[in-house]
Design a protein around this ligand. Sequence first.
Ligand SMILES: Cc1ncc(COP(=O)(O)O)c(C=O)c1O
Length: 405
Amino acid sequence: MTGQHRSEFPAHIADSPFQRLAALISTVPPGATPIDLAVGNPRHAVPSFVRETVAAHAEGFGVYPAIRGADDFRASVGDWLENRYGLGGLLDAETGILPLNGSREGLYFATLGADSYLKKPGDRPVVLVSNPGYPAYSVGAFAVGAEILPFAPATADGVMPDWDALGGDVLDRTIAVFVASPANPQGTVASKADWLQLLERAERHEFMVFADECYSEIYRGSVAPPAGALEAAAERGSAARVVVFNSLSKRSNLPGLRCGFAAGDPAFLANWARLRNMAAPQVPTPTQAVAAAAFRDEDHVVDNRRLYDAKFALAEQALGDLFPAMTPPGGFFLWLDVSRFGPDPDVSRRMWAEAGVRTVPGSYLGAPMADGINPGEGHVRIALVQDEATTEEALGRLADMFRSR
Ligand SMILES: Cc1ncc(COP(=O)(O)O)c(C=O)c1O
């Protein structure tokens, strides 16, 4: 065997950004006690009801869970979506919601579902992925042999590309479009009008819209809650060709629970559930019970937002004069344009070497576009996930570093 038939992962998903970061700083000692602001792992408290809910449902670990989820889980998510987005009964909790073992596996499996559901004849299918963006979109596209086309937002404060510039033939070959709102890493958000435009195109060119909304509840107290793709679907009177992905990882500080959901197009979900039933991870029923309780409680979510608001205020104090308008409307990342300080991997390494702060070089979160430019370049992503005191310490060290030269 020469191995020549093995297909290579495209460079931007050959290694995770965190593996690349580890390699970047592996030989460099930290300049101070290390603080991790690289991984987007929320460190706020686990909600109080989690322990008792797991204990009350522990017997459920003795049973294989159904892929379509527990009735109470779907009912809770259905009510939450209705209240949050005012869907006017768009979704039936029986057919319009599926549990996920965290949204990541769903975002990966989604393209397998789109490929088998749409059965587009002819040329190699295309999957459009937001760039910079979450790697699971591209890994799923790679798994079905699709052409991965990264798109950059058309404007600095938006998440959508110029769809017309992509060309009708590309959109005709497209089976899936992945858009995150709030976006990771930028924290920018899509408006309802943005989603409406995308859904119109999905109908015209027959592709699936996969809306990654796992940061939907992490937004600044000073702005309106981000619009959701299902709101646009409700306005159109149909959930056809749209599926939203959400999660308790960020909303409820439960990344280790591994629980999220997909909601939207019932025909797509029915086909996808058949595939998932053979290959995807089910969600343990005690986990679903915790999730059902979490979606019925908004108090911990409001507290959570306040904690992030306080940390963005600290960031403004420490770095605001160096990086104007750096607080995004959504998400929990600072996405700093550090290009005047050097290439982003060098700046990130310096943050580690001089301040002991781990951050992600922006270019590691993006892919080169057709013109060779990686839109993540020149930026560094800083996750404001630690407690307030640790965050303040890290930001102070970074402010000293940036001012030292
Ligand atoms: C943009 C984005 N989408 C999806 C995920 C997956 O989250 P989870 O699998 O915990 O739901 C993450 C996690 O960091 C993310 O940042």
